[in-house]
Design a protein around this ligand. Structure first.
Ligand SMILES: [Zn+2]
Ligand SMILES: [Zn+2]
Length: 282
């Protein structure tokens, strides 16, 4: 059985998210390392680092992952937003480093009208900008997440993701696949054949070596709708059967799984249990 867990709210106190995750029976947890709709935040204090490290020991979670803030757009055509975004990611990578978090999940950004080709070019320039400012060996890798293709968002096809990461070392840039985003971007997941086909496509584009994490979210909207609304496991258009096909596949079933479904306090426990049951009956 792979590592299973959830995105947990931190309420300004990262250590508390670890305790909450532990109580849900999580083995992996995803958190924000700063408020997600703010550009900047106060530096992480030594006391917070200590509290986090104590919480890790206490909870013995196998894996902790960070998700970057929502304002960042590393493909922006606006020089001010682009620079602010690059600095924000650099800061978040530093925060991850301080907290001992090995992965920072990031959305691929939106081209906002300059076109996909130029957007991808700008994004790649941003990745190089970041790596030029980090030591060659850095304990934090970026994980680029596939998107739903809403608006002018980049990275909604596997081919595009492959273009974005081409030539960049695996240990610096990996991929996080989100089931809801894959599905609304047009990738069918509800039969064994379609999952097999998708797995082959992954190998031929980004390659499985790059894929480090699976976001398991059902989708409120149908296949190909390109609308990003996560829904409770088994209650959306992917459905339990879709998750069964996906999680019984030898490749997908090896990945750590994180849910990002609505209303964590009320529904995380049930959503996690549904996935656990699928793994156990495989
Ligand atoms: Zn996601
Ligand atoms: Zn989403």
């Amino acid at each position: 059985m792979p590592l299973l867990g959830a995105h947990m709210p931190t309420k300004g106190e990262p250590a508390s998210a670890l305790d909450a995750a532990y109580h849900l029976g999580c083995e992996v947890v995803q958190i924000f390392v700063k408020p997600p709709i703010q550009w900047t935040a106060a530096p992480i204090t030594d006391a917070a680092i200590m509290a986090f490290s104590n919480a890790r020991q206490r909870t013995n979670l196998k894996m902790v992952i960070a998700h970057a803030g929502y304002l960042v757009n590393l493909a922006s055509a606006r020089p001010d937003v682009l620079l602010q975004s690059r600095k924000a990611i650099l800061d978040e990578m530093h925060r991850c480093h301080l907290l001992g978090i090995p992965y920072l999940v990031m959305h691929t950004g939106a081209h906002l009208g300059i076109g996909e080709k130029r957007g991808i070019q700008r994004l790649r320039e941003s990745l190089h900008w970041l790596f030029d400012r980090l030591p060659l060996i850095h304990p934090v890798s970026l994980l680029l997440e596939n998107t739903a293709g809403q608006g002018t968002c980049l990275g909604y096809t596997l081919g595009q993701l492959a273009e974005i990461v081409e030539g960049l070392p695996n240990d610096r840039v990996g991929i996080c696949l989100d089931t809801c985003h894959l599905f609304v971007a047009g990738y069918e997941l509800r039969t064994n054949e379609s999952v097999n086909e998708l797995a082959k496509l992954i190998e031929n584009t980004i390659s499985w070596d790059r894929v480090k994490l699976l976001h398991a979210n059902d989708s409120l909207h149908p296949l190909g709708s390109r609308i990003d609304r996560h829904w409770h496991i088994g209650e959306g258009h992917i459905g339990l059967e879709g998750f069964r096909c996906l999680l019984s596949h030898p490749k997908f079933s090896q990945l750590p799984v994180v849910i990002e479904t609505p209303e964590p306090e009320l529904h995380h426990s049930e959503n996690l249990q549904r996935l656990r049951t699928l793994f156990e009956t495989n």
